[in-house]
Design a binder for this molecule. Structure first.
Ligand code: HEM
Length: 435
């Protein structure tokens, strides 16, 4: 059965043959794409907004309305593959996961309705209730200031390593109820998960990453078991309470909770780290915007939206087509895989005029698709926004004279979906620090 999603009259059938020049040049794993993906998408939206990439094996969708449609139509576009590693696991990586007895089942992000709908409601209430978010805000501000204290007199810093990397992980651990004494241990596993899932790591890298994942799995399993014995009021305990409510016996099992804890770190850590680093880079490269924010901190909320639009940390997300469909005038058969390029959608000139301009007062920046759209809309969006806003407020307050170190090269981990510089070097004159 075919469901038409587009109002365009012309329909192109199947993978184009010969594959277009654009599709052939699409390589999300090397420069120049990694340095500036937006240049590629500007041409793609104009010339071929939906194309098949033979090297990736994915249909690639880049226009705002088409990307939103992919997210909206959960009956056609299944989320099942959204976090399946792009590169098949090598035997050594499989061994690592077997050693850790890691049996990762589905969790919210790769489930479809109706089970997704039933679980999401409970998970949302447990994870991001207004009470829980309000409670964590003061801690985020303390963490931000503690980090700044470490380097404020130094005159230079790497804002990824010294600031943006650790705090979102610490916030995620706090929400999950990881005790302070375990944080060092848990932290070491949560490194470079983007490369594992959305990149093509070498076999050695893959094995190493699988080893870290296996160890985190063991930790998550122990944590869930501890909370089963002694629930507190953290997120995992909250889910256990829901599960133990009469009538909810089928909702979760122990493995589901361990998988949820595992994926929570994926979801809440590098996404926010990268968005913060992208934002600071954009602000410091557009000095007038940084200065405007320093002069008027009430602009921070708008700045966060424009950062997520202009340079989001999640620039593409995946879906599997479960029934034939037409999108952007192109027929895509059931069984195909789709890469929905949110980063490109956020620069679609039909929605965001002058999309390459970075303007923290842009009126409709909030229409960006950085958090996805529809039923799977990011559950952490309120928390991520709050974290980023607090980071901007504290950095502009304490280091308004911050500038990017000149001559640095920004390096991006080669992968399709997560984007943020590995380092962000900045400097300032400590004798000019505000009192
Ligand atoms: C700037 C930071 C973040 C970005 C850009 C981001 C982006 C996304 C995207 C694109 C999705 C997939 C949406 C879809 O499939 O339609 C998603 C899902 C999700 N995110 Fe985030 N995220 C961020 C931060 C967070 C944080 C801090 C948390 C945890 C508190 C979180 C928890 C989740 C969860 C649980 C889902 C699955 C929702 C579902 O499938 O129903 N995210 N996020």
């Amino acid at each position: 059965m075919s469901s038409s999603l587009s109002e365009e009259p012309t329909v192109t059938t199947g993978p184009r043959c010969p594959v277009s020049h654009l599709a052939e040049t699409f390589d999300p794993f090397t420069d120049p794409y990694l340095q500036d993906p937006y240049a590629f998408w500007e041409v793609a939206r104009r010339e071929e907004p939906v194309f098949y990439s033979p090297s990736l094996g994915y249909w690639v969708v880049s226009g705002y309305h088409d990307v939103r449609q992919v997210f909206r139509d959960t009956a056609t576009f299944s989320a099942a593959i959204s976090i399946t590693p792009l590169k098949e696991l090598c035997p050594a990586a499989i061994d690592e996961l077997v050693k850790a007895q890691m049996v990762m089942g589905p969790s919210l992000v790769n489930e479809d309705p109706p089970v997704h709908t039933q679980r999401r409601q409970h998970i949302r209430d447990a994870l991001v209730s207004p009470r829980r978010i309000e409670a964590v805000l003061p801690r985020i501000r303390v963490l931000a200031n503690t980090a700044i204290d470490q380097f404020v007199e130094r005159g230079h810093a790497d804002l990824v390593a010294d600031f943006a990397y650790e705090i979102p992980a610490l916030v995620a651990f706090a929400l999950m109820g990881v005790p302070d004494e375990d944080v060092e241990r848990a932290k070491t596993f949560s490194n470079r998960l983007a490369l594992f899932t959305w990149g093509y790591p070498s076999d050695d890298e893959q094995q190493q990453l699988a080893n870290g994942m296996g160890r985190y799995w063991t930790y998550a399993k122990e944590h869930v078991q501890r909370r089963l014995q002694e629930p507190t009021d953290d997120y995992i305990s909250e889910l256990i309470k829901v599960w133990r409510t009469p009538g909810n016996e089928e909702l979760f099992d122990e493995n589901y909770l361990t998988t949820t804890m595992m994926n929570f770190l994926f979801a809440g850590h590098e996404t926010t780290t990268n968005a913060t680093a992208n934002g600071l880079r954009a602000l410091l490269e557009h000095r007038d915007q940084w200065d405007a924010l320093c002069a008027d901190p009430s602009l921070a909320g708008g700045a966060v939206e424009e950062i997520l639009r202009y340079s989001s940390s999640v620039i593409a997300w995946r879906r599997e087509v479960v029934k034939d469909v037409v999108i952007g005038g192109v027929e895509i058969p059931a069984g195909s895989k789709v890469l929905a390029v949110t980063g490109s959608a956020n620069h679609d000139e039909s929605v965001f005029p002058e999309p390459a301009d970075f303007d923290i007062t842009r009126g409709n920046a909030i229409k960006h698709l950085a958090f996805g759209f529809g039923r799977h809309l990011c559950l952490g969006e309120r928390l991520a926004r709050a974290e980023m806003r607090i980071f901007l407020e504290e950095l502009t307050r304490r280091l308004p004279h911050l500038r990017l170190t000149t001559g640095q090269k920004f390096v991006y981990t080669p992968n399709t979906s997560f984007r943020g510089p590995d380092r962000l070097l900045v400097e300032w004159d400590p004798t000019a620090n505000p009192a």
